[in-house]
Design a protein around this ligand. Structure first.
Ligand SMILES: Cc1cc2nc3c(=O)[nH]c(=O)nc-3n(C[C@H](O)[C@H](O)[C@H](O)COP(=O)(O)OP(=O)(O)OC[C@H]3O[C@@H](n4cnc5c(N)ncnc54)[C@H](O)[C@@H]3O)c2cc1C
Length: 432
């Protein structure tokens, strides 16, 4: 049983009863937040992770391992390792389905109010039989989480949370694991420092309707492909309908001043090449093609690996102007060839390599803490800084700007180091 999950189901007043004073509150339980907590724990400091989702890990929890016959250094396993450490450490508490609602500063502490929502499906009682999902009348209201060891209920689409008229999942559950009625509760924590590790929002390709996302069958995002592969659900089909050609379109939502995103997302070339390589490797007969502006390599050792991988796919230096539905129902890409000639080419599947965007919902939190945005609209100072303009408030990971998992981990470790120095400098000799 994962300790993180348990903290979210205990009930009002119990989750944090032992010690309400912590060295740091970390807002966001993705790879950045988890690595900060683990590093703080190694340095002897206590922290609480406040994660708004029903499971820790953030975006990375949905990524597949991209290894072919050898490791592709995608970084996905850096999450598994650190979650084990979070689980084992007595210095880390992880609150799921929790959000910070108020922050005041008094006597050297941030006084933080946290609202905790109970986990609706008790992970210890649930045996994953799936009866609740079978009977639920609303598609998507109950989902199996990426880690696959628990089921989650989405209150926004659940009928019970609209008008109370349906409790079919609770009635169907043979283990009594469904808990619709426990209300949310508030917890107060005092912390010496706050780390903002709330991550990013993936670019919504509906903002660029010319790529046909949501309009043309066979157009998906890279996040969706990653999660399908992680779940082992990629089915190339058979016969006429068999998927043989897959086009990746790069820079969807990056390097585009027209939509206010004039920066490179840094990770898309790497993940698209790895995903394309993985498809070609696992499903012989699939020919991937990558449409790109230029390949940006920020990963260590990228050039050498890229040379090996590029031989297995087509690389086309053009970004299609349009994706439309062809006469045979497959998506059709219209792009310019090397001599500026107009080319129309059909593919069985089109994958949009969506970029990393600042999360607009974080504006209120930033305002609450007096944290400014940097030139690209992310929180905190520019460059690779871990400090913000508010003393005692730090940033870690992709909340501060686009980063790969490896970069996020090293940023988080630096943030934890800065928090340790801050706590030592400001609270030297003081007991908790
Ligand atoms: C399509 C795509 C594919 C990628 N593939 C790769 C790859 O293969 N390899 C690689 O190195 N990098 C990849 N990346 C980059 C990788 O996703 C990031 O490096 C990583 O997710 C950053 O971790 P993070 O913890 O900063 O952010 P996130 O993963 O976004 O985690 C942030 C966490 O904070 C929580 N949160 C947000 N707001 C709040 C709030 N107000 N209160 C409480 N909690 C909150 C979220 O629920 C989430 O759990 C990819 C990025 C994209 C867009």
């Amino acid at each position: 049983m994962h300790k993180c999950l348990w903290e979210g189901v205990r009930g009002p007043g119990t989750a944090l009863s032992e010690n309400m004073k912590k060295d740091a509150v970390i807002i966001g339980g993705g790879v950045a937040g988890a690595w900060c907590a683990s590093e703080l724990s190694r340095l002897g400091l206590e922290s609480i992770i406040v994660e708004k989702g029903p499971y820790p890990g953030g975006h990375v929890a949905g990524y597949c391992c991209k290894a072919t016959d050898k490791c592709q250094r995608c970084g996905a396993c850096l999450l598994e390792d650190v979650l084990e450490c979070v689980e084992k450490s007595d210095r880390i508490t992880c609150l799921l389905r929790s959000t910070v609602t108020q922050v005041n500063r008094a006597n050297g502490f941030f006084n933080i109010s946290i609202i905790q929502q109970p986990l609706r499906i008790h992970p210890e009682k649930c045996n994953l039989c799936g009866k609740c999902m079978e009977i639920c009348p609303v598609p998507g209201a109950l989902t199996r989480l990426p880690e696959k060891n628990c089921i989650s209920l989405n209150e926004d689409s659940c009928i019970f949370f609209k008008d109370g008229s349906c409790q079919a999942c609770g009635d169907a559950c043979p283990e009594g694991a469904v808990n619709l009625k426990v209300p949310a509760w508030e917890t107060q924590v005092d912390a010496r420092a706050i780390i903002l590790a709330c991550g990013f929002k993936a670019f919504d390709p509906r903002e660029k309707p010319r790529f046909g996302y949501g309009l043309i069958p066979g157009v998906i995002t890279s996040l969706e492909l990653d999660s399908i592969l992680r779940g082992g659900n990629f089915d190339p089909g058979e016969g006429e309908k068999k998927i043989k050609s897959v086009a990746f379109i790069q820079c969807v939502g990056s390097r585009d001043p027209k939509i206010g995103r004039n920066y490179c997302s840094r990770v898309c070339c790497g993940y698209a090449l790895r995903l394309a390589g993985l498809l070609g490797d696992r499903f012989p007969g699939i020919q991937p093609a990558i449409f790109y502006m230029d390949i940006q390599s920020f990963d260590r050792d990228f050039e050498r690996r890229f040379e090996a991988i590029r031989r297995k796919m087509r690389l086309i230096r053009a970004i299609p102007g349009e994706v439309r539905s062809g006469t045979d129902g497959r998506p059709e890409l219209i792009y310019r060839g090397p001599g500026e000639e107009r080319i129309v080419e059909s593919f069985d599947l089109v994958v949009l390599s969506v970029g990393i965007s600042p999360d607009p919902s974080l504006g209120a939190l930033a305002e609450l803490l007096g944290v400014n945005t940097n030139e690209d609209g992310f929180l905190g100072r520019g460059g690779d800084e871990v400090f913000t303009d508010t003393s005692g408030v730090f940033v870690a990971g992709a909340i501060q700007g686009p980063k790969s998992i490896e970069e996020t981990v090293s940023h988080a470790i630096r943030t934890a180091g800065a928090v340790e120095s801050y706590v030592k400098e400001h609270y030297r000799g003081e007991n908790q």
